[in-house]
Design a protein around this ligand. Structure first.
Ligand SMILES: Nc1ncnc2c1ncn2[C@@H]1O[C@H](COP(=O)(O)OP(=O)(O)OP(=O)(O)O)[C@@H](O)[C@H]1O
Length: 294
């Protein structure tokens, strides 16, 4: 199996508070995996457990090698940014990258600096960096050695739209070259553009683990009809059992597995002319809110 990361039955208690309940998932080579959940759901605790920074029960393997608390085996092939980057204020950004880079990766530092558009400040001392500059340096530090697995906790924190775009492009190109990413983010619209796979966490339990495509396609869909007689169209659809959304438009919610053909039939049979049909794109936020609510 080509799993770069395997997490099996992870359990974590902080005293009597159980915060992870048998969390099990795999991340395959070259996939971008989004870890989603409300504040306190356990995302950071999972990431720290993978890095051997907190002691949890269960089995974690990176490239087949077991990770133990305080034992770095397997973690050598991981780059991570969790919470705040560890930055030395009196060193420049470039000095941080030079210090971390292995010999074979020193050449590629300038490409990384240009990919993340850090050239303007990389030779300045980090103590003068803004929040976004620090964040970018932290990400560059996680990526500098081209690790097999990259773990990023809220990587878009503090980044402006251009920096968010640059980072997204970099993550996508690294993933295409075979790097595996585990990324948590509250910016679900951003994860929707990035992640191939999604793990939804609710109070320390995985409530859905699937591909992004499947998660979005299996969820509720909204369809707007533009008709010759919207008032009649609404009454017809309501009488046929469809859930109509509030507002002036003829907007229905389709349940899982339900197509629009039947609704179209009901309208045309009663001579309501359909001028246009618009299917609203599902958005990850709505899907996740539904999952966590349910
Ligand atoms: N050191 C600690 N001591 C006690 N409880 C902790 C500790 N660290 C985390 N917790 C608890 O574990 C639970 C999960 O926290 P965690 O930080 O993993 O959540 P999260 O999903 O990353 O949240 P956020 O989105 O707010 O970053 C929370 O209930 C939190 O209060």
């Amino acid at each position: 199996m080509n799993s770069v990361l395997s997490v099996q039955n992870l359990i974590k208690n902080f005293k009597s508070n159980q915060v992870l309940h048998n969390v099990t998932f795999n991340c395959k080579k070259g996939r971008i995996v989004g870890l989603i959940g409300a504040n306190g759901a356990g995302k950071t605790t999972i990431m720290k457990s993978i890095l051997g920074l907190v002691k949890s029960r269960g089995a974690i393997k990176i490239n087949g090698e077991t990770v133990h608390f305080n034992h770095a085996g397997g973690v050598d092939s991981v780059g991570a940014l969790i919470e705040y980057p560890g930055i030395y204020p009196y060193l420049t950004g470039k000095e941080h990258l030079n210090m971390l880079a292995t010999n074979e990766n020193k050449q590629a530092i300038s490409k990384l600096i240009s990919d993340l558009k850090m050239a303007g400040y990389i030779d300045k001392r980090a103590k003068n960096y803004s929040l976004g500059m620090r964040q970018k340096l932290g990400i560059a530090m996680a990526l500098v050695n081209h690790p097999d697995l990259v773990i990023l906790d809220e990587p878009m924190n503090g980044l402006d739209p251009q920096a968010t775009y640059d980072l997204r492009q970099l993550i996508l190109s690294r993933a295409q070259a075979g790097t595996t990413f585990l990324i948590s983010s509250h910016i679900l619209s951003e994860l929707q553009k990035l992640a191939n796979d999604v793990i939804v966490l609710d109070k320390g339990r995985i409530v859905r683990s699937t591909t992004m495509g499947e998660l979005l396609s299996k969820s509720l869909k909204r369809v707007i009809f533009k008709t010759s007689d919207d008032g009649r169209a609404k009454s017809i659809l309501q009488a046929s059992g469809y859930h109509l959304e509030l507002g002036s438009q003829v907007k229905i919610t389709l349940k899982e597995g339900e197509g629009i053909e039947e609704a179209v039939k009901q309208l045309t049979r009663r001579n309501v002319l359909i001028e246009d049909i618009v299917q609203e794109n599902n958005d990850l936020e709505k899907v996740v809110l539904n999952l966590i609510k349910g």
